[in-house]
Design a protein around this ligand. Structure first.
Ligand code: KG4
Ligand code: ZN
Length: 347
């Protein structure tokens, strides 16, 4: 008998509690989690590859894939053990299918397919960006749509209106570099270690964020799109000039650049919420771990409710995939054995 995803969904439809095993391997973190009813994390395990990639100054895709293969089975065992549950106790498997590095994505996708087939349980495909948004549902059990959400990660900068579960309206996105990407690039020019975002944040604490004049043109326009490449070029020119003259201390460059990026993210996000008449604003994605970004949003939210997951839920993890997978499963969206990695999948 073959794998019948519709029959598997039918069998699950009226079940009161749904517990999912969630897997994530889209970039340089292998992660497994057990999540109940989309909001309750029974366990979450992560194997970070940061140390391996650091000497190359960024993620090396081939190394990432191999490390995912090495790590994933043990992580699943660990997640099950921590949740005190066996494979028979889970109701389905949620997995990130995109966007991300194709070889990396394929590791969790193949593992999830094999498990779903062997256990004869539903398989749910999750978009990584949607996963980041759903981290908010884990942190805030009371949070319900609609809300405006800023997703700021290494690969994505989007402002989205979460109109309902699984229903997103993209209001704006980056036109060039993502927020995390541009922080990583400037950090590299400042000779800071990978990943640059946290290193830049640390250096910025000692700096003056108004030390350097911000180029004026980059925020213009009524739209909610971002453009960071002009800011990046401007900052690189300043840093290069200063290498000879020494007039810009690195901590001032870090603080100023961090402030430029964070204030651009916040002003567009708050404007979007205002224009949409939405009273809740959420943040997610690795850059949302940044304290300066959090502080800036709180101070400019203008009475709106602010939702920001803990740093560990902002950076890549599997619990967020379990949350998103739960809502996709409730909507009847299951995958079959044809599921493939989709490296440039849109939200
Ligand atoms: O969401 P994420 O873990 O992976 C992607 O899906 O891309 O985001 C990683 C990005 C990197 O660019 C990293 O430098 C940035 O998030 N990041 C930070 C901080 N922590 C991680 N950026 C600024 N401040 C931080 N504390
Ligand atoms: Zn991510």
């Amino acid at each position: 008998m073959g794998y019948d995803r519709l029959a598997l969904f039918e069998a699950l439809k009226n079940k009161e509690d749904i517990t999912l095993l969630a897997l994530e391997s889209s970039c340089d973190e292998t992660a497994a989690a057990i999540v109940k009813n989309g909001r309750q994390v029974l366990s979450g395990c992560i194997a970070s590859q940061i140390e391996l990639h650091r000497k190359y100054g960024g993620v090396v895709p081939e190394i990432a894939s191999r490390e995912h293969v090495r790590a994933i089975n043990a992580l699943i065992d660990e997640a099950l053990a921590q949740a005190n549950i066996g494979l028979e106790g889970i109701d389905g498997i949620a997995v990130t299918c995109g966007p991300g590095l194709v070889g990396a994505l394929l590791v969790a996708v193949s593992t999830a397919k094999a498990l779903a087939f062997a256990l004869n349980k539903p398989l749910v495909a999750v978009n990584h960006i949607e996963g980041h948004i759903c981290a908010n549902f884990i942190q805030y059990p009371e949070l319900t749509p609609p809300f405006v959400c800023l997703i700021a990660s290494g690969g994505h900068s989007h402002i989205v209106c979460v109109e309902d579960y699984c229903k997103y309206r993209i209001l704006g996105a980056t036109r060039d570099d993502a927020a995390g990407e541009v922080l990583d690039k400037i950090a590299r020019v400042l000779a800071l270690p990978y990943p640059g975002g946290p290193a830049l944040e640390k250096l910025a604490i000692k700096g003056n964020e108004t030390a350097l004049a911000r180029p004026g043109h980059f925020l213009s326009g009524e739209h909610y799109d971002f453009s960071f490449s002009g800011l990046k070029t401007h900052m690189i020119n300043q840093i290069m000039k200063s290498k000879k003259s020494g007039e810009v201390p690195p901590e001032d460059a870090a603080a100023s650049f961090q402030y430029w990026v964070m204030s651009a993210l916040v002003s567009k996000t708050v404007q979007a919420a205002k224009d949409m008449g939405v009273h809740k604003i959420a943040l997610c994605g690795g850059v949302a771990a940044n304290k300066r970004l959090r502080q800036e949003l709180f101070s400019r939210a203008d009475g709106r409710e602010v939702y920001i997951p803990d740093a560990a839920l902002c950076t890549d993890n599997a619990a967020m995939i379990g949350s998103a997978g739960y809502y996709r499963l409730l909507a009847g969206e299951t995958a079959d054995m044809q599921l493939n990695a989709i490296p440039s999948q849109e939200l």
